[in-house]
Design a protein around this ligand. Sequence first.
Ligand SMILES: Nc1ncnc2c1ncn2[C@@H]1O[C@H](COP(=O)(O)OP(=O)(O)O)[C@@H](O)[C@H]1O
Ligand SMILES: [Mg+2]
Length: 469
Amino acid sequence: LWKGLHLHEELAARLQQAIVDEPPFSVREGGMIRTGYNQELDELHLIAADNKTWMQNFEQKIKEETGIKTMKVGFNKVFGYYIEVSKGQSSSVPPYFVRKQTLVNAERYIVPELKEFENKILGAKEKIEQLEYYLFDELRTLIRGKIKEIQETARAVSYIDVLTGLAEAAYKYNYVRPELNNNGEIKIVDGRHPVVERLLEKEIFVPNNTNLNNTDERMIIITGPNMAGKSTYMRQVALLVLMTQIGSFIPARQASICPVDKIFTRVGASDDLATGQSTFMVEMNEVAQILKYATKNSLIILDEVGRGTSTFDGMSIAHAVMEYIHDRIKAKTLFATHYHQLIALENVLSGVKNYSVAVKERGKDIIFLRRIVPGGTDRSYGVHVARLAGLPKKVLERSEELLKEYDNDNGRMQQPAAAAAPQDNMMGSLFGSSIANELLKLDVMSMTPIEAMSALYKLQDEARKELGK
Ligand SMILES: Nc1ncnc2c1ncn2[C@@H]1O[C@H](COP(=O)(O)OP(=O)(O)O)[C@@H](O)[C@H]1O
Ligand SMILES: [Mg+2]
């Protein structure tokens, strides 16, 4: 590779001499060749630049010749050079003045000497453009002849650029050299996200550990509220694996990493409307690709899969995708989800391990600790995050109220099938029915025992009918 590195000194010097520091956009209009590069061009420039002095001298001379003191010599793009004389004086111009243009208050004339000058100047400008383009073309041909060497050099330089860039970052930001292992483990102690840690201004980046293997921690489920740091963490793991594999040091205290054959990610919500695909369709397409091409040696990052559709739909898809990866593909997988019901999979699938991003509750506020800790969380703190974001108080209060109702109504129904016992499902449908509404309406505290008994009897009767028992 280094053999391809050439200095191209001659060519560089030539270009330096030939081209101005800030060449114009167009190569056809001149202005790109430096003074001193070509003698003929310099002479043409002298002629073109000289016109101001010449015009002043000429004006002086012609005034003296004719005795008309108010005449002016000028130029415009359409008519070229002219001598302008006011209407009052136009009768006293000498016969060799040829009228060129009539204005409201003045006449414009041309004389042979001025015409000759015009030809010379306009000729010079045209010649400059032609000559510059010719010189430019000459350089281009010269460069074309060396294209192979230049490309080899560019390739070598880009390698040096990348390697020195990584080395500089490693030195400045305390990266370490990861160990490589062949037993399918990804172990990172105090890993950091190389980009996010540089971008944080007020906070300091909280390092986190990672443990993935081919046995009991093959698939990590990460739960935690929005803004906790799930996405950052997963990308961090993928980046550190990638950096390791290209031979770079990585932002961590210590690491041992096995090679992976591919890294797959399904992150973010980028619509691809141009090709007529909705967010959800794009998401599913990507998941389909991942399921098709991942192997047991791959690393998969799935960020909130199933988000683009209704809750039960999304959760079911997420659940099934995880089972499929776990049982068939066996790739190492990080899966962030807001479906905290999925943490129940830890009990069913042997390679699944739950983690969550720790937060501290303080009254109605939460503090993000940015720590990835073992164990799932079943709270999403959506209302807390909404408060942080500054939603109106009325909306927040109403959300809290509704949340309580929903929790009471549906809490049991949202258990995933893997974890929920059959009775639970029955209870679920029971509490979703009109019976639940009736129950809610009862004012238990003001009922007599007899009233309570008869209400209970009535409800039981209804429940029997509803469940067909
Ligand atoms: N380890 C960390 N240390 C400090 N700040 C972090 C860390 N991880 C994430 N953050 C901050 O939190 C923000 C939200 O993180 P993100 O990963 O998008 O959360 P989530 O995916 O859980 O909603 C990031 O933009 C970053 O500013
Ligand atoms: Mg996220």
